[in-house]
Design a protein around this ligand. Structure first.
Ligand code: MIC
Ligand code: SF4
Length: 653
């Protein structure tokens, strides 16, 4: 039987387990990526485990916390630089760009397994890399030489036919995919793009599509590696990294979705979820206060030149603020060389740093109740830094149209204003400028490096072994689609990523500002905290802080209707037991504040029971729960998580 591309890559990397859908396998990791907001924890964990050598091709980026209000971010950057120098990690200096964009330009390779402590790591799927967003501890262990464990995914083929019309681009394709797949119910799947339509999508287009595949909750998305990939790598002056990687004839898929590119119209995601998708034409006329172009989804040379070309000779609509954050230094240099920067500046763009910035809500927050049109990938309530803002997600073309008209406008209408659509061609050679990297030092020089630490950089707290019986309270009950931005907000608190006790003060703040103090009080009295949740709990980012900080506050178990992949792994990694209701209706039985008990939980986990019983002592009800742990995860959950477990092995994996 022929294999698809995803199966080919996984099968050639398996070091543990058998290639069977739905079963856990361990795979060898070729490349690892971290960014600063998750990276400090990764390297603190790497050191705490006792690893001394990096076994992957590892790159550490600084792109999230670049605002530097106070000393904290700058100290983190210094820690990251010195720790990279000590252990042989390539360091991408702040100012070099957003990790996913830069990685795509300089490092991502077809056929390789890449894991990154950021959920949009699958951007590299645009060149046919099996790129997976994971929790930081998984990256730390892989860097130390350990396998990465994943559930062997079922594969959805998205069969592309036709060709995109003018004014319609890759962002509209992925928004269409999100309309079909939504942000929930896709755990256990990966997406492979194929079909005739693939050949007309450039690598930056493909990367926009695989980037935002993260929003569906799949393990990863990729395109085959074909002549288009080769051509992109040639333009990036690294054609030698190319290999051909196509599905075998007769390859099979678990699901096939046909998508005719010719029929796709400009699409838009309405507040407050990336799957709240409509055609732009359906919401035309809505007044827009702010437009932000950038983020790892749409900040490439192609995207910024497209906006620049549309805006040539126009100035941003009065009262509308317009910001542009280029994806990398390479993009800045290239758009400057090709006149794009001039046209953006003349259009009144506020040119922002090449960093995540507005996307993670640490700058350029909209005014209260305002409408912001953005080319990024997430529009969860409050993520922009303004709790009552309405954020819409759009393509660069639709963003540019609104800059001119001041309202949501189908970009195809620009033709009637005399604006011609220009299909931006990639430059024959991208500028290859590696001067902002610090590449690994020779071993003897590494030994002399002293790793910097600052007052805001605190050791990673370790969990205690799981108590024999869990007894405590449903300290919080939340609804469906609760994201990690709700659990552990980023934005203004990002600077506490290296200081868990401080950051933990804000756990669940957008949903229940009293949670952290209640949870800590329960913990101090010896009670466990339970989180009760609806469907698709832990959507969104890979931030392990959404498990690590609740762990610090004494959360021992999450009981949900369903839990998303990366968050579930993070819970297990930090010794929090992930449980799902056997009967979803039992969710309604529990109220916030109820007394909950799970007797003999340790015994049940040791006996490898798949189902356990919890008791709601207030309602006097029994609730059946499914244990969402593999045998491997049970071993470390029992001792308080992967950190104490791997630490005991003294850095041997
Ligand atoms: C995000 O887009 O939410 C982030 C910020 O990039 C996160 C990582 C983090 O929280 O540091 C992600 O996507 O994993
Ligand atoms: Fe940065 Fe936004 Fe991309 Fe996350 S989604 S990596 S915050 S640009």
């Amino acid at each position: 039987m022929g294999k698809n591309v995803i199966e080919k890559i996984i099968d050639s990397h398996i070091v543990e387990g058998v290639p069977k859908k739905g079963e856990e396998v361990g795979i060898k990791v070729d490349q690892t990526v971290t960014q600063d907001a998750t990276g400090t924890a990764v390297y603190l964990e790497f050191e705490a485990i006792g690893f001394t050598d990096v076994k992957t091709e590892a790159v550490s980026y600084v792109d999230h916390n670049t605002v530097q209000v106070g000393f904290e971010n700058a100290d983190d950057h210094k820690y990251l630089r010195t720790v990279a120098e000590k252990y042989g990690i390539t360091f991408s200096r702040p100012g070099n760009g957003i990790c996913h964009q830069v990685h795509l330009e300089r490092f991502a390779k077809p056929g390789k397994v890449l894991i990154g402590s950021d959920s949009h790591t699958p951007t590299a799927g645009g060149v046919g890399s099996l790129a997976i967003g994971v929790g930081g501890l998984d990256v730390a262990v892989a860097m130390g030489g350990g396998p990465f464990y994943l559930t062997y995914p079922k594969v959805i083929k998205i069969n592309l036919t036709g060709k995109l019309q003018s004014w319609v681009s890759a962002k509209d394709v992925i928004l269409k995919v999100l309309e079909i797949l939504t942000t929930k119910g896709n755990v256990g799947y990966a997406i492979e793009y194929g079909g005739d339509g693939v050949k007309d999508l450039s690598v930056p287009d493909r990367a926009t599509i695989t980037n935002m595949g993260a929003e569906t909750g799949v393990t990863g998305s990729l395109f085959p590696s074909d002549e288009v990939t080769r051509d992109f790598l040639r333009r990036e002056v690294r054609e030698n990294d190319w290999i051909s990687l196509e599905p075998d004839p007769g390859a099979t898929y678990d699901k096939v979705i046909d998508l005719n590119l010719s029929e796709i119209e400009p699409m838009i995601a309405l507040p407050h979820s990336p799957d709240n998708v409509k055609k732009v034409s359906e919401v035309e006329g809505t007044r827009v206060n702010q437009v932000a172009v950038g983020s790892c989804t749409n900040s490439s040379y192609r995207d910024l030149m497209t906006v620049a070309n549309i805006l040539k000779g126009h100035v941003a609509y009065k009262d509308l603020e317009f910001g542009v954050a280029p994806g990398s230094r390479q993009v800045i240099e290239m758009i400057t060389e090709n006149g794009g920067m001039e046209s953006l500046i003349k259009a009144g763009a506020r040119i922002m740093e090449t960093a995540c910035g507005f996307c993670i809500g640490n700058s350029f927050s909209p005014g209260s109740g305002e409408v912001s049109l953005r080319t990024n990938n997430r529009n969860f309530k409050g993520r922009s830094g303004t709790s009552d803002a309405n954020v819409f997600l759009v393509s660069p073309e639709t963003a540019a149209a609104a800059v001119i008209t001041g309202e949501i406008t189908d970009p195809r209408k620009l033709e009637s204003m005399g604006i011609k659509y220009e299909d931006v061609k990639l430059p024959d050679r991208f500028i290859k400028d590696d001067s902002m990297y610090i590449f690994p030092l020779p071993k003897e020089e590494r030994e002399k490096v002293v790793v910097f630490s600052g007052p805001n950089i605190q050791p990673i707290p370790k969990n205690d072994p799981l108590p024999l019986t869990l007894k405590g309270f449903a300290t919080i009950k939340v609804g469906d689609k609760v994201t990690t931005d709700h659990i552990m907000p980023a934005g203004q608190y990002l600077k506490y990523r290296s200081n868990i006790p401080k950051y933990a003060e804000h756990v669940f703040e957008p949903l229940d500002p009293a949670f952290a103090s209640k949870a800590l009080e329960n913990k101090e009295k010896g009670f466990a905290n339970f989180v009760i949740a609806g469907e698709s709990y832990g959507q969104g980012s890979s931030r392990e802080h959404a498990a690590l900080c609740p762990m610090y506050l004494g959360v021992k178990a999450v009981i949900a209707k369903t839990i998303e992949r990366i968050h579930l792994a993070n819970l297990a990694n930090f010794g929090i037991v992930p449980l799902q209701f056997v009967n979803s209706a039992d969710y309604d039985l529990i109220d916030q504040g109820d007394e909950i008990e799970i007797p003999d939980i340790v015994k049940s986990l040791e006996e490898k029971k798949d189902e356990i019983t919890a008791f709601d002592r207030i309602k006097n009800k029994e609730i059946k729960l499914k244990v969402m742990l593999t045998d491997r995860q049970r071993n470390f959950v029992l001792v308080g998580g992967l950190l104490p477990y791997t630490g005991k092995l003294g850095g041997k994996v």
